[in-house]
Design a protein around this ligand. Structure first.
Ligand SMILES: [Zn+2]
Length: 295
């Protein structure tokens, strides 16, 4: 098939699948080596303090230059719940797909706890509120099963004309977002090396950026303490995204990656030193003018 002759969106999908195929091939090669030594492989050993994903070289990798903060805003005339529903389903599918690519490496022996950056660890709570500590693959399985059950339940995610969203819809969505955040946190924390090996880090960054912009805009991650472990990454990705969209206007990355304020909104771009200077000059000019006018 000549790729040039088919519509763009199909071509993009095909190219994406081809990329996946290549990734799968690499994964198989890696697995072959891995099966010989199931106990520990260098791929599974991730230093607690090693946060490669925060390095500029990696945060600059994103697959598109969309302004996610504007993109996630509810378009005029669209139903809020519909907006929440379509995004939640899409995030669930994409995060599930992303996890699938590294799931072979997420084993109950290699990842015996569901961990995230900054010593975060997540304990599964069943529908009766009973907590159970489980391995990461088990936890992710619970997350995906729970999300799948919710999005397929007509009484929770109504799709048929005349069926209304239940009053508990927003809290259901909040819970799914919180659980999906845990999966992303685990991927960044424990499987980033595999993601980089498969050349999927630009996809992961973009997915995370979109997910966080949406979650923050609609205040879906209630427990900010919990999402703090990836605040520094989000801040850096936002800066990189702005820099990509405005290559002529350099944005200074907050090097120490200070945590994003819990405003629930998108992170505003930190002003560059140049902008700060400019603002200061403008303010001084304004006050001089005011002074002249008054005297
Ligand atoms: Zn894992």
């Amino acid at each position: 098939v000549k790729l040039e002759k088919i519509p763009d969106y199909i071509r993009d999908t095909m190219e994406w699948f081809m990329g996946c195929y290549k990734s799968c091939f690499m994964a198989i090669c890696l697995l072959k080596g891995r099966r010989k030594d199931k106990e520990a492989t260098p791929m599974n050993i991730q230093d607690e303090e090693c946060r490669q994903y925060l390095e500029d070289e990696f945060t600059n990798e994103q697959i598109c230059d969309v302004d996610f903060c504007s993109l996630v805003e509810l378009p005029h005339g669209l139903d809020y719940n519909e907006w929440l529903a379509t995004h939640t389903i899409t995030f669930f599918e994409h995060i599930s797909l992303m996890y699938d690519t590294i799931s072979e490496f997420c084993t109950s022996s290699g990842c015996c706890n569901m961990t995230g950056p900054a010593n975060s660890s997540y304990v599964w709570e069943d529908s009766r509120g009973k907590k159970c500590k489980c391995s990461a693959p088990q936890y992710v399985d619970y997350v995906m099963s729970h999300s799948q059950t919710c999005v397929c339940d007509e009484s929770v995610f109504p799709t048929k004309y005349g069926n209304l969203f239940p009053s508990s819809f927003e809290s259901t969505v909040r819970k799914i977002h919180r659980l999906l955040f845990h999966v992303i946190a685990h991927i960044y924390h424990s499987h980033y090396k595999e993601i980089v090996q498969f050349k999927l880090h630009a996809h992961l960054n973009t997915l995370f950026l979109h997910f966080m912009a949406f979650s923050r805009h609609f205040k879906l991650l209630e427990d900010h303490k919990e999402s703090e472990c990836l605040d520094a990454l989000y801040a850096k990705l936002v800066c990189a995204n702005i820099a990509r969209r405005h290559p002529d206007k350099p944005v200074e990355s907050n090097g120490d990656a200070s945590p994003v304020k819990s405003s629930g909104d998108c992170l505003p771009p930190p002003p560059s030193a140049h902008e700060l200077e400019e603002n200061k000059e403008n303010l001084m000019e304004q006050s001089a003018e005011q002074h002249e006018a008054s005297s």
